[in-house]
Design a protein around this ligand. Sequence first.
Ligand SMILES: Cc1cc2nc3c(=O)[nH]c(=O)nc-3n(C[C@H](O)[C@H](O)[C@H](O)COP(=O)(O)OP(=O)(O)OC[C@H]3O[C@@H](n4cnc5c(N)ncnc54)[C@H](O)[C@@H]3O)c2cc1C
Length: 854
Amino acid sequence: MAKSNVDVVVVGAGFAGMYLLHELRQNGFSSRVLEAGDDVGGTWYWNRYPGARCDIATTDYQYTWDPELFEEWQWSEKHAAQPEILRYAQFVAKKHDLYSGIDFEVRVEKAAWDDAAKKWSIHTSTGETITSRHYVMATGCLSVPKDPDISGTDRFTGDVYVTGRWPHEEVDFTGKRVAVIGTGSSAIQSMPHIAAQAKELVVFQRTANFSMPAQNGPQPADRRARLKADRIAYQSEARMSPTGVPMEMATVSALSVSREEAFSMLEKSWQKGELLQIGATFSDVGINRAANEVVCDFMRSKIHEVVKDPETAETLSPRGHAYGTKRPCMDTNYFEVFNMPHVRLVDIRKKPITSITETGIDFAGESQEFDAIVYATGFDAMTGAIVNVDITGKNGITLKKKWESGPLTYLGLTTVGFPNFYMITGPGSPSVLSNMMVSIEQHVEWIRDALLDMRAKGFDTIEPMPEAEEDWRVHCTDCADITLFQDTNSWYMGANVPGKPRVLFPYIGGVGRYRRICTEALQRGFVGFEMQGNGKHQMNPGPVRLMQPDVEMMLDAMAMLELPPIEAMSPAEARGFMDASATMRAPGPDVGEIVDGTFPGAAGDLEYRIYRPASQGPHPIVVYYHGGGWVLGSHTSDDPMCRDLCERADVMIISVNYRHAPEARFPAAVDDAWEALKWVAGNARQLGGSADRIAVAGWSAGGNLAAVVAQMARDNGGPALCGQLLLTPVTDGSRQSASYDENGEGYVLTKNVMEWFWNHYASTEDRKQVKASPLLAKSLANLPPAMIVTGQFDPLRDEGNAYARALSEAGVQVKRIQARGHIHTSITMVDMLPSGKSVRAKMASGLREFFVGK
Ligand SMILES: Cc1cc2nc3c(=O)[nH]c(=O)nc-3n(C[C@H](O)[C@H](O)[C@H](O)COP(=O)(O)OP(=O)(O)OC[C@H]3O[C@@H](n4cnc5c(N)ncnc54)[C@H](O)[C@@H]3O)c2cc1C
């Protein structure tokens, strides 16, 4: 007799529920696993349509938690078919005696949290109520087929099939007139099989999809060899990769090579027949529409090569959505189907279905009779199976209600108001944007580790904190914002289900990065969670480290290059290194005009570069001081950002050089910066700008100089400044802020590099002078309005914020931008890190505001 009070109830016995059951047992937790179907396998139990197979090569789509399986189970194909994957699930279940822990043909209908008992009450279709301390939804992301939103579906008297609920017995279409509605992955896989049997096949397509040949065959030798040679290394590569499949990271932009070369590179990827390879051919397919369009063109050219009738080929060619923003498909002879004489394609955007009738389908003035209709209309993805269960958390709030405007989760694993409740591959986790076997294992192991840790520490309940959930929502949005997903109506965005909120449901930041974040949350003592039990109460608001995904990707790439630390170089070597790095960056946008010249510095002529907007002048002038720790850089070293600011703000940027340390130590740079400002103000009209509309700006050490000259201008009675834009400025030579410790390592500008800069620039005594540390000024009153930008992961963050606070307290108008998930250097990386774009847009609008009404 199964127990009705257990430690953990798990819903679902697909790969997630099966592995979780194993781990719970291994660790002495009592459990009940409840499954609606009559066998294990989940997806691979329900989706028995002809041609159903795995799109990820089975070398990668298999359990890793039982190493013996690699010897005991040999896949017959690269992309195993549904029956083989189901057999694999059954094999594992038998081997580990999982069947004995699963209740089949039991549907969970309701679950409610009892806050007094600190337990869940779970009600099933068999009328049983089970209580449990913890409740896990292993209900699958693609387990609830979506009802077709077509009128008359219940009228049809012929055979009806739904790909996601295919009959267990053989279906034979021989001699039949068949309609297939939908052209997503399931339709694309099944179509060649249906077409081979049917007398007549009509395919109703709303959206054409990108698909590539699976090139199925034996297991890929290269992957198998790598797996065999070093299984652990292969698996950890998969776990830390962006998608859960080991793959080389592309470094080339699709726009940096000729079209011919791009197509030849894509052809190589195409030949591999791997789902994720095409998109991974170039570094910018997911984030740049023009780069993505190169891939789209290639994929469309392939359709036109196969499909003989040009009109049909064009109808089958996806237009209007970026590659990858709808689930790309893999097929075996899908497009070839449309060369068969008995197959017809109907574009329902042009010829909408008006109704299903008793005998067939009415569409656009036509009425066609069918013997069978196959609905391949997709799934209520990611949240469908979760909210199908009536789940009530604390204070009587239902999950359905809470998620009305979009699923809110912390780490995609938990949600506020629902203690001891967990989701496997839920919304807000990489889930359907990953090799799901890797994601399932990671979630199961996280839940297991959390339960073990709670048990060890004597906690009964765990619940995410509202701030953590909000941080995660913002981070997920940040990640989504730099991609092309938002522009496409896809099931990833909930767009296929009427009334579903329109957000990107999965987390797009990458499998490896996500794993690091989840692990950090546990290892640092349940960061973002509130825990209770045995009279103890712990709140650990965190936060976990949430970096912009492109910034983190850059850091990963830099780590792989094992670059020498700047502080180990001489200034000359460091300058050479910086110059070499600058040749690899994107140039930035075009501006109206660029003019180079010289101005009289404090000890001789120095160079400047003017960036003039294309619009009619005279323009406001921004005197700009470059970054580089007073040691590195020049008037041209921040070229892409100066162009970007000029173009966005429609202002003239004059980037001025200054003498550098250690050859010219403090206060040489200040003296030159001051001379530059005076010279620009005195020559504003000749330079084509407005004499009464001048501001200063600078990045890093340049921000320091900009802040210092703004104070000098105030103290010397001019030049009058309209504003100061300080990007991650140095304001305090004492370097004692918390951000120095938090962010002193691993974010390009390190504590050691900063020490190296200061040592070259100024003595310990000099650092206490206001002209080195503007934060030390006796008064900051009467300074021009300021915009101060700080990076979350910058050692200089706190001193920038301290300066903003001090200015504000002195009555200066201050706008502060905290660049979430950014490091010291990332905001300046124009056209390389898309996440910096919105920060620079704010900086530009801040600059424009300085001059409003002036
Ligand atoms: C056709 C198809 C092809 C796919 N191909 C790939 C691929 O190539 N690569 C990849 O990574 N992923 C693929 N997926 C995704 C696939 O869903 C996952 O890889 C994985 O199988 C999910 O396992 P799971 O255990 O999380 O969920 P599922 O396998 O969906 O299992 C969930 C189980 O929960 C049960 N359940 C749900 N609600 C209840 C309830 N209220 N009460 C009781 N039981 C319930 C269901 O009956 C189901 O058996 C594919 C999905 C489909 C549909």
